[in-house]
Design a binder for this molecule. Structure first.
Ligand code: ADE
Ligand code: ZN
Length: 325
């Protein structure tokens, strides 16, 4: 049977993790003090008490203001290093990490401050037994023009960014809104992924757009794909991976979507388990595997397949995958 130790012990890749979502209350308070930022809370308990959300927008309303404490390069470096240090115990061997430059540039923090801080940490993650890479996300509730500007800012740093993603509030912000900039990103050689959050308006149409029109390499969340046998079959045949986040789902839609995750897993779709925003959902990746397992009765084989999938859909060369599998 599946124990916490078993789940922790399995080598795994984390493919859906927002670096800004790893900001633990302790670091938040320390940076607030260092940078003299009033975040309206002064104790861990007060910070934790503010973590009340029952939907994606209510989560984002807590998530973005907290980022004000991130000011200089060292802050971004420290945030990412704290994540690597933490997931050592979870046997994360490889991680592709999202970051949201617009959440910082819009409040006056230069793009280069963000990328230089995060990239320095990425280069040092090996110290904690983790290889890692960065995925830059556009905020979909901002304009397509703003995404284009951000893309231009990123081009000089292309060697430091593996892929491009799309996150934030999906309501009214379909993938098609960003078709032009993602076409450019693909042509420039970036890997492409997009969030198709759980139970959104037009969920299946958004999933259809990312697969057929944008031609993504992966989909973040995306488990509503089970509603379309044709799209599910397409994802299976083309090895399009889904990065699901059961504990995060539990917070934002009150349903871990374990039934859908297991259905996809057993149908042979490359679905994975990830932590999304672990500091906010108080669940690092092994906890996600274990919580899902307890609630839905996963077998050890299910856990192993989920972990294998995480390396198979990682954006690393086949030779490198072989060393993990
Ligand atoms: N940014 C951080 N977490 C997110 C999520 N689960 N969905 C969309 N945007 C996010
Ligand atoms: Zn996410």
């Amino acid at each position: 049977n599946v124990t916490k130790e078993f789940v922790r012990g399995i080598p795994k890749a984390e493919l859906h993790l927002h670096l800004e979502g790893t900001l633990e209350p302790e670091l938040k308070l320390a940076l607030a003090e260092k940078n003299k930022i009033d975040i309206g809370q002064t104790t861990i308990e007060e910070v934790r008490k503010s973590y009340q959300f029952d939907s994606l927008p209510s989560f984002l309303n807590v998530y973005y203001p907290a980022m004000n404490v991130l000011q200089d390069e060292e802050d971004f470096y420290q945030l990412a290093m704290a994540y690597f240090e933490k997931v050592q115990a979870h046997n994360v061997r490889y991680a592709e990490l999202f970051f949201d430059p617009q959440a910082h540039t819009t409040r006056g923090v230069p793009f280069e401050t963000v990328i230089n801080g995060y990239y320095r940490a990425i280069q040092e993650s090996e110290k904690f037994g983790v290889q890692s890479a960065l995925i830059m996300c556009f905020l979909r509730d901002m304009s397509a023009e703003s995404a284009e500007e951000t893309f231009e800012q990123a081009l000089p740093y292309q060697d430091k960014i593996l892929g491009i993603g799309l996150d934030s509030d999906e309501k009214g912000n379909p993938p098609s809104k960003f078709a032009a900039v993602f076409k450019k990103a693909k042509a420039a050689g970036f890997k492409i992924t997009m969030h198709c959050d759980i139970d959104q308006e037009n969920s299946i149409e958004h999933i259809r757009q990312v697969i057929e029109d944008i031609q993504v390499d992966r989909i973040d969340h995306g488990t509503n794909i089970v509603e379309s046998p044709a799209l599910t079959q397409y994802a299976k045949e083309h090895g399009i991976g889904l990065t699901s986040c059961p504990v995060s789902n539990g917070f934002v839609v009150d349903d871990m979507k374990g039934k859908e995750i297991l259905q996809l897993l057993h149908e042979g779709v490359k679905v994975t388990v990830n932590s999304d925003d672990p500091a906010y959902f108080q669940s690092y990746i092994s906890d996600d595997y274990f919580t899902l397992s307890e609630a839905y009765g996963l077998t050890p084989e299910d856990i192993v397949t989920l972990a294998k999938n995480s390396f198979e859909i990682a954006w690393i060369p086949a030779e490198q995958k072989a060393t993990y599998l």
